[in-house]
Design a protein around this ligand. Structure first.
Ligand code: ADP
Length: 302
């Protein structure tokens, strides 16, 4: 089975005519609340695909936290790895979007920021039942580094989505089987190359030299590349009408892990990642746009 160790956020999105000045109160055109966080997004995408998936992380002892747990359960996610942190708030992203589509975002990590290596130890007996582990970088990096090392040494498969792009300790790379940066993250790990293909080669080369097994680079409407040793393979995207790409990367990772768990090789897993990513951009929203297994199968047949 698959286990996601990561963030659970509530996204509060208000539509505004323009951004407020300091001290100013504006009336929003309207607002919506969504379940988000890269960890939760990947777990929900896996649950919808019908994968056996467990979520490990922390929420606050507030209505949002309890709601999120219920929401995960309703989408087929095993929530036994989630703890409710007394006195903490559930992670929250406060987002304003103006009429030009520009946004301003303030994120409060809340309970996500409290996930410690000792929490990994405390749930170890639960964790070891899973085979594939998905990480992102919205929980403390020290906890990610600790969990990745301990799980890899226990023979597990590690997938790290380096998002949002953050400095990683050198010691982590050799424990990563698959690292799945998008274009922004590739740029972060690349030097000063101009063109994307050169940035990709430079970033991938450097990450592979540091010990990563395989790089799976997500490239939006270009699909994805997988890179191992001197070999770079491009897998084309599925042609779709993109409406909203929020959550595409998380959908890709879920599809990729679901395929690996089903025994497919990397190349076929990247193809499934592309399919789930493509399906997710056809509708507005992140989690609400993620396909079910039936939708994925129908899409692959056509
Ligand atoms: P992120 O959401 O992290 O920025 P990308 O934009 O690279 O990541 O999207 C992730 C994956 O979703 C891509 O690798 C691709 O498979 C799929 N995808 C994204 N945008 C499109 C698109 N316009 N058409 C088809 N597939 C897409």
């Amino acid at each position: 089975s698959i286990c996601v160790i990561g963030s659970l956020n509530l996204d509060i999105v208000a539509a505004v005519e323009r951004f407020p000045q300091p001290g100013e109160t504006l009336t929003a055109d309207g607002y919506s609340v969504f379940f988000g966080g890269k960890g939760g997004n990947q777990a929900i995408a896996l649950g919808r695909l019908g994968a056996r998936v467990k979520m490990a992380g922390k929420v606050g002892d507030d209505i949002h936290g309890h709601d999120y747990i219920r929401h995960l359960r309703m989408n087929g996610v095993d929530v036994s790895g989630i703890s409710v942190e007394k006195g903490a708030a559930t992670g929250t992203a406060m987002i304003w979007v103006d009429r030009q589509g520009e946004n301003q975002i303030v994120v409060s990590a809340g309970a996500n920021g409290l996930l410690q290596p000792s929490d990994i130890d405390a749930m170890w007996e639960e964790l070891v039942h899973s085979d594939i582990f998905l990480f992102q970088l919205e929980i403390p990096i020290g906890t990610v580094a600790y969990a990745v090392k301990r799980l890899k040494q226990a023979g597990k498969t590690i997938v790290l989505d380096p998002a949002p792009a953050s400095l990683l300790p050198d010691a982590i790379f050799r424990y990563i089987d698959y690292m799945t940066p998008n274009e922004t993250e590739i740029r972060y790990y690349a030097g000063r190359q101009e063109r994307y293909v050169y940035q990709l080669k430079e970033a991938a080369g450097s990450l592979l030299r540091k010990g990563v097994g395989t790089i799976v680079a997500k490239a939006g409407e270009e699909g994805a590349y997988w890179i191992r040793e001197a070999e770079m393979t491009h897998i084309e995207a599925f042609p779709v009408q993109a409406v909203d790409t929020t959550g595409a990367g998380d959908s890709f990772n879920a599809g990729f892990a679901y395929a690996l768990a089903s025994g497919l090789d990397v190349e076929d897993a990247v193809r499934i990642g592309n399919a789930v990513g493509a399906l997710s951009v056809r509708q507005v929203g992140a989690q609400s746009a993620m396909p079910t297994r039936e939708e994925l199968e129908r899409f692959l047949e056509t």
